[in-house]
Design a protein around this ligand. Structure first.
Ligand code: COA
Ligand code: AMP
Length: 637
């Protein structure tokens, strides 16, 4: 007998247009589509071509019209400010319409970009929805990035307006946003015409010419209605790390995104309208876009917006308190959050202080879910712990245990099976350059057969060539995810590593190439390599190895702190770049390629073979010695 999961997978594969047209019935369209899938211009595919729709209407207004006006849409829980507040769907409509009025007064129209640089406060979600209401395109930038990263995004997205707040709060540290924003605008060639700033009581910011006080502007504005846009129009741009220091502008459209996210809430996450969903992430990441703001609201759930950390916030057991206080049904976070909780309370004693009976499922994603952490969470919480795998580009899960379609047995170390709508293949290049699919058990590049389902990126912002080069050129007819892994005999997928030089630090995706560019800009650095080394809390952290110019007179003790500081200043604290060492030379192949993988294995204490192509094997001994002097490998295996 086939399971509901298998039937759904087959339906989506056999007739994707019919499958997604049925899913699209859950969305309110201003005009229905001419074609479900426009495949006339491969490799560019567009979903719901000809349809008109408004994302904010579907996330907010229609729920008020359907009688959910009094239901909490968003619960703001902020242990770092001691605040808990709820916005009903009616409140959210009112606030969103007014902020959309502010943007309209500032000249923002359909298709214009608006940069959102905000901490985890309700106004950040309101800002995103207000853009969607006008058909403007938001680009949210995570608060932990430095001014230079912000400037790069301003120059690429060319926003007309910036929405920001005076500060963010990192438990004990106030992060002033305005000086960072001002610095970024000085650096950028494009100059936004206005900034609207929300003053927070913890730290006010001085307003300059062209700056507007948020509350004053909202008080003076008339509410704006939802503007229907083409389903294929962009809803947002979210920048993500590529293999160089230049981030990629992932584009999300309106129609496909609405349909896919709504479908995922029910079928992947098993959520019903009216239930409380909590994604403990940040709006600056894709998890925050999809599962703090859009999906729960589109589906008529209550979303929790949490400002704080899992540990170190004023009260211990913060996650358990939030679940108990708000009746959370599903929690989604990164494994690193659970590693932090486990470290603070290994026996899970704090859990006993709270009533967690509302919690049905814990979802983990963003990095590899190590079996120890998954096992600990299963034992302590006594609910299914679902590892699932996806990325900024797809916007919603590629592989998961779809609890809404009937949970499958869990295998630790695997995010279970492909989600209906996707077609995952494990590929490898043959010697003649053609590609072939690998049989179960063999590790290769994880690719997705085109077309991608609705909700995934249609292209990169103003960069169709970059989209093709980055994702579609390696295997013709496939999108390459950048991850390597295998499928076992039962069809379970295993994600083993990246095929590029991206690393994953506390669930945050970062480019070692980008950090190398920054280190190389130091006047005394001749050559450098950044590798991701294993870390028991953050999964991976970056480690820099630098070769100084001959004749450099200063000591390692003087230079290393400078290297740490320039990465913090230019990329941001989120990089967690804290360790670097000076070496005489870097190991390379005879053709000059730096052997980063070999150095990573040495740093992690993993057995390695000396590559046949190495130009001088003796260098590896030197690297071993240097790493050992700074404490690597951390725990010999
Ligand atoms: N604004 C400014 N600075 C920020 C920031 C923000 N929004 N977010 C993080 N930072 C800073 C931190 O303060 C820290 O600075 P420090 O080096 O001065 O201590 C640095 O960036 C690194 O942050 P982070 O990686 O979050 O480490 P942490 O030690 O503060 O916290 C965890 C560790 C595990 C508790 C934390 O990473 C966490 O809660 N992760 C949850 C998972 C998550 O959100 N994943 C996102 C994708 S799902
Ligand atoms: P991001 O685009 O920042 O969400 O990062 C996506 C990348 O994180 C993926 O391509 C993977 O490398 C990694 N990742 C996300 N989820 C998982 C998971 N469940 N298991 C292993 N790696 C994951």
């Amino acid at each position: 007998m086939t399971t509901l999961y298998e039937q759904t997978l087959r339906r989506a594969r056999d007739d994707p247009e019919d499958f997604w047209a049925q899913a699209a019935e859950a969305i309110s369209w201003a005009r229905r589509w001419d074609r479900v899938l426009d495949d006339s211009n491969p490799p560019f595919y567009r979903w719901f071509e000809g349809a008109r729709v408004n994302t904010c209407y579907n996330a907010v207004d229609r729920h008020v019209e359907a009688g959910r006006g009094k239901q909490p849409a968003l619960i703001y829980d902020s242990p770092v400010t001691g605040t808990v507040a709820a916005l009903s769907y009616a409140d959210l409509r009112e606030q969103t319409a007014r902020l959309a009025g502010v943007l309209r007064n500032l000249g923002v129209r359909r298709g214009d970009r608006v940069l959102v640089y905000m901490p985890m406060i309700p106004e950040a979600a309101v800002a995103m929805l207000a853009c969607a209401r006008l058909g403007a395109v938001h680009s949210v930038v995570f608060g932990g990035f430095a001014a230079k990263e912000l400037a790069t995004r301003i120059d690429d997205a060319k926003p007309r307006v910036v929405l920001t707040a005076s500060c963010g709060i990192e438990i004990a540290r106030i992060v002033e946003y305005k000086p960072l924003l001002d610095e970024a605008i000085v650096m950028s060639a494009h100059k936004p015409s206005a900034t609207v700033l929300l003053q927070r009581p913890q730290q006010a910011a001085a307003l300059g010419p062209g700056d507007h006080d948020w509350l004053d502007a909202v008080a003076a504005a008339q509410p704006a209605d939802c503007v229907p846009v083409e389903a294929t129009d962009p809803l947002y741009i979210l920048y993500t790390s590529g293999t160089t220091g230049v981030p990629k502008g992932v584009v999300r459209d309106n129609g496909g995104h609405l349909v896919a996210l709504d479908w995922s809430m029910r079928h992947v996450y098993g959520m019903a309208p009216g239930e409380v969903y909590w994604a403990a992430s940040d709006i600056g990441w894709v998890v925050g876009h999809s599962y703090i703001v859009y999906a729960p609201l589109i589906h008529g759930c209550t979303t929790v917006l949490y400002e704080g950390k899992p540990v170190g916030t004023p009260n211990a057991g913060a996650f358990w308190r939030v679940i108990a206080d708000h009746g959370v049904s599903a929690l989604f976070t990164a494994p690193t959050a659970f590693r932090a909780i486990k470290r603070e309370d290994p026996q899970g004693k704090l859990i006993d202080n709270f009533d967690l009976s509302s919690l049905r499922t814990l979802f983990l994603a963003g990095e590899r879910a190590d079996p120890d952490t998954v096992g600990w969470a299963e034992e302590k919480l006594e609910v299914p712990v679902i590892d699932h795998w996806w990325q900024t580009e797809t916007g919603w899960p590629i592989a998961a245990n779809c609890v809404g379609l009937g949970a499958l047995p869990v295998k630790h170390g695997s995010p279970t099976k492909v989600v209906p709508g996707y077609d995952v293949r494990i590929l490898e290049h043959d010697d003649d350059g053609s590609s072939r699919e690998l049989p179960p058990g063999e590790t290769g590049a994880i690719a997705l057969r085109l077309p991608l389902p609705p909700g995934c990126l249609p292209t990169l912002w103003k960069n169709d060539d970059g989209y093709v080069d980055s994702y579609l050129s390696e295997f013709e007819g496939y999108y390459q995810t950048g991850d390597a892994g295998y499928v076992d005999q039962d069809g379970y997928l295993y994600i083993m590593s990246r095929t590029d030089d991206l690393i994953n630090v506390a669930g945050h995706r970062l480019s070692t190439g980008g950090m190398e560019e920054i280190l190389a800009s130091h006047p005394e650095v001749a050559e450098c390599a950044v590798i991701g080394v294993a870390d028991s809390l953050k999964g991976q952290v970056p480690l820099g190895l630098v070769v100084l110019y001959a004749g450099s007179a200063r000591s390692e003790a003087e230079i290393v702190p400078e290297l740490v500081q320039i990465v913090r200043d230019q990329l941001g604290p989120v990089a967690s770049f804290k360790v670097a060492a000076v070496v005489d030379r870097l190991p390379k192949t005879r053709s000059g390629k730096v052997l980063r993988g070999t150095m990573r294995r040495i740093a992690d204490g993993v057995p390695y073979t000396v590559p046949a192509t190495i130009d001088d094997p003796a260098i590896l001994d030197e690297i071993e010695q240097t790493l050992s002097q700074i404490g690597y490998p951390r725990q010999p295996r």
